[in-house]
Design a protein around this ligand. Sequence first.
Ligand code: FAD
Length: 395
Amino acid sequence: MYDYLIIGGGIIGLSMAKAIHKKEISAKIAIIEKENKIASHASGRNSGVLHAGFYYNENSLKAQFAKNGNQELQEYCDTHSLKINKCGKVIVAQNKNEINGLEELKRRGDANGVELYWISEKELAKRFPNIKTTQKALFSPTTATIDPKELCMNIANELIKNDISILTYTKYLKRIGKYSILTTQGKIKYKKLINCAGLYADKIAMDFGFAKNYTIIPFKGIYLKDKKNISGLNTNIYPVPNLKNPFLGVHFTYAIDGSAKIGPTAIPAFWRENYKGFKKFSLDEMINILYNEASLFISNAFDFRSLAIEEIKKYNKNHLLNLAQRLISDTNLKGYDEWTTPGIRAQLLNKTTSELVQDFTIEGDDISIHILNAVSPALTSAFPFTRWIVEKYLY
Ligand SMILES: Cc1cc2nc3c(=O)[nH]c(=O)nc-3n(C[C@H](O)[C@H](O)[C@H](O)COP(=O)(O)OP(=O)(O)OC[C@H]3O[C@@H](n4cnc5c(N)ncnc54)[C@H](O)[C@@H]3O)c2cc1C
């Protein structure tokens, strides 16, 4: 019998175990993970950007945790000698119409207490000659990139040293009693269960009577990589996003190994782990997801039709390169010739309102807690976010 049983060995499950252990050092804690290693899904397949915290509405949980999460993870990487690239980020306006969007980001940044500076077009040309903007750009000095797999491994090793069990190859199958579940390794009993299962969090929550209004719509993010950074990228470059949906638009990421990436896309996927070809294909999932995507396409909720069409076009390498080219001037993009590991966002859809849920969402009672919609910036926010859940929902 475990005091706390966590489902999911991603950054949220790992940080949750760390937070519970800190609060209650003698608690018996286990994490079950269906794959043979931790961070096999979103936590090991993302951009690795520690976001500064200026995209999010000031009343949101994302705003509450991203800024501090960024700072804590920077300190954690420094303390544990993990790789980190403190290269900042420039957000550019591609035309005059986007200036309003830039100003809204600055307003949100100020409201969230995030360090963010205006740079004039002239100054930008001096500091970052390859970056193109209209009139002005924003510079975020606290944005950084890390290796998310290295981070997760480090946390996992710390947990193991503290006698927390990480049971890989152990898949949650179903609930079989108030305080027990069936897994591929047999029955497991607990006093409290915490569901951090990413792409499957909604399904597991439903077994416990939660997430009734929700379903996950998977969105695939693919990247093009310039291994040798022929393009000479030295910071992250982002466009002004459409703040009506939770995606940040195609951007350049300057990775910790010195390489550069363009992406990720937000292409609607057909099953939850639809990374490549027919691997992990599930007919049940496809029928369900296609039904939801077709309904969104017909109702055109949150402009889904043009989002889907625009995103699918990004499978075409030249199209993706052309979009990226709008953020830079005279830069050689020939090095971007390798599609790298894709990631899939576990984006929650509110079935009642047909809206993509913008914020992190938590449901539960005294037996189980369910972390739904742990989408970006959940990597950045993981430490303070999970500590807050522990305080608010577990004690
Ligand atoms: C393309 C992309 C780019 C992103 N970029 C950034 C970024 O730059 N910065 C940022 O802050 N965030 C970013 N994110 C978001 C970030 O990666 C996620 O918010 C975060 O990784 C979510 O962590 P998680 O632990 O909830 O999910 P996951 O990492 O998916 O972990 C869930 C785990 O649960 C396991 N699981 C599922 N079902 C079961 C079951 N039945 N039994 C046992 N185990 C199960 C899975 O195998 C998985 O390991 C990005 C995401 C994507 C997809």
